[in-house]
Design a protein around this ligand. Structure first.
Ligand SMILES: Cc1cc2nc3c(=O)[nH]c(=O)nc-3n(C[C@H](O)[C@H](O)[C@H](O)COP(=O)(O)OP(=O)(O)OC[C@H]3O[C@@H](n4cnc5c(N)ncnc54)[C@H](O)[C@@H]3O)c2cc1C
Length: 461
């Protein structure tokens, strides 16, 4: 079974219903309307296509690769039936309302991570420390924290500091780390913030860091899509198969006063009144723009930095892990600093253990010749000796070196203003998670798609 299937019949009925309503809407189209062209078949591009079609507009999507979904990539090969690993988009927070709405529209249920209430495990100097409350942690780990910090979850210190702080101005020149120190962060607390904040607090603008940390603090427990994150992209793609051109990389964008012409890799020209570029920052900068780069790209794109994230996965025996007292998360200062079990269990009790690496951890691992960090088993042998006999299948996806993605998300570095992007320039409209308030989240891809579609409809209602 690939995607969740017990409601497949309902799902097909939904698609059939939508096709009918699409036909009704199509009758209202103006006869001379040229299709809106969308570049990029990740979640943002697919959501733009879906919304434009629902509004009765013609649209065609170009995807460079044979696969749709972009940074949504569910791995099932090599794992036991019923198990999956997510190489990209995975966790959905309670506040990710757009993802919740879309999943419900597509009839894909969300499931909680199990055992979220159980002990947490902290690896420290080769020992596995189990704790339920911050006060359970041994002094060796918490010595040097301030009395206030000792009462907080140490791996969520950056969120704790953020929750009660006054909002920062967009042009605050401080780095996130300087700002947290100004709020009272101790030296020991800094080690936790450096290890567990997803973005390097020294390199990130304080205002940007505050915005995303506040949201994370409010996020609530995570869930995942039943059957796999790719059920989301595949269900959207299935609605509009006729309007999607796979294996069609766009190379050149010729920008006119009222039209844009896209040249694909085969040299075929596609002309449109409106074009949505739904691409990550790297591939967006790679396009050949004539007569020159759009202004928003030169200005705003230059003020963003691409961060890299990599996940690796191993198939493990969940019962043996439970016997070791490990039910959900393992964290630590060294790599892998965050390791977690996916909710599914196979018939014979196997589960998928995933680990994540961000930015500077990736080259460190590559230097250590972990064969491009593809080898979870060796990783576990080195870093988690207790688990070494359990991991049998391993894999990851190296987004950093994927030319169609070139990284995982973007952020505003220290000193940048982090102003919102200008979405439109002439016939070009920008979309994609990287340009949203939720960079690095599926929610951001949907938020950006919503904004791009309202811009398209405003321009030619
Ligand atoms: C390791 C990792 C972990 C993540 N974890 C989470 C998580 O837990 N929760 C969460 O919500 N999100 C997570 N995300 C983020 C989420 O997956 C992304 O934000 C979202 O999927 C991005 O969608 P997008 O459409 O903006 O871009 P993409 O998915 O990058 O789509 C862009 C598409 O454009 C195509 N393309 C590129 N160049 C061209 C061209 N020249 N012509 C035509 N097509 C082109 C690409 O092939 C791709 O399909 C994670 C991402 C990564 C990489």
């Amino acid at each position: 079974m690939k995607c969740w299937s017990s409601s497949r019949r309902d799902f097909l009925k939904t698609i059939a219903g939508l096709a009918v309503s699409g036909t009704a809407l199509a009758r209202t189209r103006r006869p001379l309307e040229r299709p809106v062209l969308i570049v990029g078949g990740g979640l943002a591009g697919l959501a733009v296509l879906d919304a434009l079609k629902a509004a009765g507009r013609q649209a065609v999507l170009f995807e460079a690769s044979p696969r749709l979904g972009g940074r949504i990539l569910t791995i099932r090969d090599g794992l036991e039936p019923g198990l999956r690993a997510e190489a990209g988009g995975e966790q959905i927070m309670r506040i990710h309302q757009r993802v919740h709405r879309l999943a419900s529209d597509l009839r894909i249920p969300l499931i909680d991570y199990p055992f979220l209430e159980g002990d947490l495990v902290f690896r420290y100097h080769g020992r596995m420390l189990r704790f339920r409350l911050p006060s359970d942690l041994p002094a060796a780990l918490t010595d040097g924290l301030s009395p206030w910090e000792k009462t907080r979850w140490p791996h969520r210190l950056h969120l704790a500091y953020t929750e009660n702080a006054d909002p920062l101005a967009d042009d605050d020149p401080r780095s996130a780390l300087q700002w947290l120190r100004d709020l009272g962060l101790s030296r020991r607390g800094e080690a936790f913030v450096r290890a567990f904040a997803a973005i390097d607090p020294e390199q990130t603008s304080a205002a940007y860091f505050q915005r995303i940390a506040r949201r994370e603090a409010a996020g609530g427990n995570s869930q995942v899509l039943a059957g796999g994150s790719d059920c989301l992209s595949e269900a959207l793609a299935a609605r509009h198969a006729q309007s999607i051109r796979r294996n069609t990389p766009i190379k050149t964008v010729v920008i006119g006063a009222n039209t844009a012409t896209l040249l694909d890799a085969a040299g075929v020209a596609h002309v449109a009144d409106q074009v949505v570029l739904a691409l990550p920052l790297g591939p967006l900068l790679e396009l050949d723009y004539r007569p020159g780069q759009p202004r928003w790209l030169s200005r705003w794109g230059a003020a963003r930095v691409v961060a890299h994230e990599l996940k690796v996965h191993g198939q493990v025996d969940a019962r043996e892990l439970a016997a070791l007292g490990i039910r959900q998360h393992i964290m630590g200062f060294e790599f892998p600093r965050m390791t977690w079990l996916l909710p599914e269990r196979s018939a014979n009790g196997k589960a998928v253990l995933s680990a994540t690496a961000v930015n500077q951890e990736i080259p460190l691992l590559q230097a250590a010749r972990f064969r491009g960090v593809q080898d979870m088993d060796r990783l576990l042998r080195q870093q988690l000796p207790l688990l070494r006999s359990l991991a049998v299948k391993t894999r990851g996806e190296d987004w950093e070196h994927n030319p169609l993605i070139g990284g995982a998300y973007t952020y505003a570095p220290t000193g940048s203003r982090g102003a919102p992007p200008v979405l439109r320039e002439g016939p070009l409209v920008l979309a994609g998670s990287d340009y949203s308030d939720y960079s690095g989240w599926m929610e951001g891809a949907l938020q950006s798609a919503e904004a791009a579609v309202s811009e398209i409809l405003r321009y030619s209602p």
